[in-house]
Design a protein around this ligand. Sequence first.
Ligand code: NAP
Ligand code: ZN
Length: 353
Amino acid sequence: MMQRCLSLARQALGKTAPNPLVGSVVVKDGRIVGEGFHPGAGQPHAEVFALRQAGEQARGATIYVSLEPCNHYGRTPPCSEAVVKAGVARAIVGMVDPNPKVAGGGIARLREAGIEVIVGVEEEACRQLNEAFIHRILHHRPFGILKYAMTLDGKIATTTGHSAWVTGEDARKAVHQLRSACDAVIVGGNTVRSDNPQLTSHRTDIPNPLRVVMSRTLDLPENARLWQTEEAPTLVCTEAGVKPEFQQRLRDLGVETIELESVTPAGVMELLYDRGSLSVLWECGGTLAARAIADRSVQKVIAFIAPKIVGGKIAPSPVSDLGLETMPEALNLEHARWYAVGKDIAIEGYLSE
Ligand SMILES: NC(=O)c1ccc[n+]([C@@H]2O[C@H](COP(=O)([O-])OP(=O)(O)OC[C@H]3O[C@@H](n4cnc5c(N)ncnc54)[C@H](OP(=O)(O)O)[C@@H]3O)[C@@H](O)[C@H]2O)c1
Ligand SMILES: [Zn+2]
């Protein structure tokens, strides 16, 4: 049942920021009588939909919910009250609210009302689904994911900067899906100049992220796919006073431009936090990727590795200089795992805080 909650929750992937992904199921006599998930900020929470569908059958039933029911008046009344009012007998909670200020409050309210509460069912899976939300709550920054595609000899492009495509179709489809689960994707000026990327999900049934370009020089093409904003919005971050006419041209095309005191990964992550982003995908080249890692703007790395060799002494690699001199200084990925994606493989893991 908790797995069912998680698959319901996943239906809103990429749509809930700054809220978490939550699913809920109401079970009576071994049968599902109500289901729901949180579709997005400002809309009812998962439990409300599940209880609504269950109606009178909720009385004496068991409610499953992947995240502790909220216990405060926000944009919607507290779900703990809705659960109490519906008369359920048992609540099975996937994980406690990650916000230390409110953690346990919803569970305590249910117990106080005489409801039997079991906490921590499929907890690892619940935490994994909301890893970005948890990071946002605890660190007041979005969760940064660095994704790149490289050849077996560690190149993300040829010596001329050509990079279409490193990996096969399956890996590219996986990236489209990853984008749609993120609230923003970031590239630097060089990637726009050399790749003219689109950075969309390439699908109409899943959302597109905000596309962010970091460029100090604004030495960017007049025409670029990223300046076409009908499908997805684009934000260009630059420094104060850089090329005002070009900025105006971008704005005329519907591209938002922002002048920052200094264009750094941490500064852009702060801006995206203020805009409610949960997860941010770094799809940049090695220069910016190294800055983002050094700035602690990357929490997770997903590398797609293609079984091909392109060679080249100056062909770019995924992460440029980090200032490390000996192998023991290497950044080790924690909880690393690998899996096949078509004819390529993916390795992913977490950088320690
Ligand atoms: N295979 C892959 O997964 C993949 C993905 C992305 C890119 N690439 C390849 O990577 C190459 C480009 O690599 P790159 O490292 O130059 O990538 P990049 O993503 O363009 O990042 C570098 C650019 O970011 C901008 N920037 C803004 N603030 C910065 C800061 N604080 N620190 C550093 N840069 C900042 C600068 O743009 P301005 O110069 O405009 O100021 C700088 O030139 C291309 O050949 C591209 O094909 C491959
Ligand atoms: Zn709630």
